[in-house]
Design a protein around this ligand. Structure first.
Ligand SMILES: C[S@@+](CC[C@H](N)C(=O)[O-])C[C@H]1O[C@@H](n2cnc3c(N)ncnc32)[C@H](O)[C@@H]1O
Length: 186
């Protein structure tokens, strides 16, 4: 069975083209950043955000030599103010992988309020046919409320967006799930 993170990678391979501008909203250990950097190539740009210095350092090591990556040691809720420094170009894709940094403190997690603020900013910057992926983790303390808030936000988006939820519905445990949002029109 494909994991939510693997499915997000497959969809990104379809959505992102060389030269695109994209965001990894939660770089963590840099797996998503590396994929995005490879997809956009040297002519593109990946902006990666994380609040933990350990995550920024680990990602910097993983993408060493890939000059198309700009890492920002700040919360993704500062997405717009940071991207505005680089012009008003639209985004082809934004990846969110919520929760905590694997191997680090489980007390430092993404939070509903800042996740929703970042999502709103990401959607405002999203190009037509641009894609946002959100991997949600309802299984850890705080994760369930955050996942519910993200689902509610996605459900209330206008018809300018197509929202899809990929979740395991026959699991007794709260399983990670993937939510995707595509912009259909301006
Ligand atoms: C599940 S991990 C990301 C995994 C990562 N995408 C990878 O491929 O390894 C979640 C990350 O979100 C970060 N985080 C928490 N709050 C954040 C915020 N407000 N803005 C940006 N990153 C945040 C955590 O520090 C953690 O590194």
């Amino acid at each position: 069975m494909l994991r939510a993170t693997e499915l997000a990678h497959l969809l990104m391979r379809q959505a992102v083209k060389p030269g695109d501008r994209v965001v990894d909203a939660t770089v963590g250990n840099g797996h998503d950043t590396l994929l995005l950097a490879e997809l956009v190539g040297p002519q593109g740009r990946v902006f990666g955000f994380d609040i933990q210095y350990a995550a920024i350092a680990s990602t910097a090591e993983r993408v060493k030599g890939l000059a198309q990556v700009t890492l920002v040691h700040a919360g993704h809720e500062t997405l717009e103010e940071n991207l505005a420094l680089h012009g008003d170009q639209k985004l082809a894709a934004v990846m969110f992988n919520l929760g905590y940094l694997p191997g680090a403190s489980k007390d430092i997690i993404t939070r509903e309020q800042t996740t929703l603020a970042a999502l709103e900013q990401a959607l405002a910057r999203l190009a037509i046919h641009g894609l946002v992926t959100l991997v949600l983790y309802p299984g850890h303390p705080g994760g369930d409320e955050e996942a519910a808030a993200v689902r509610t936000c996605a459900q209330t988006l206008s018809g300018d967006f197509a929202v899809n939820r990929h979740a395991r519905i026959n699991s007794s445990e709260p399983a990670p799930e993937l939510l995707t949002i595509e912009r259909l029109r301006a």
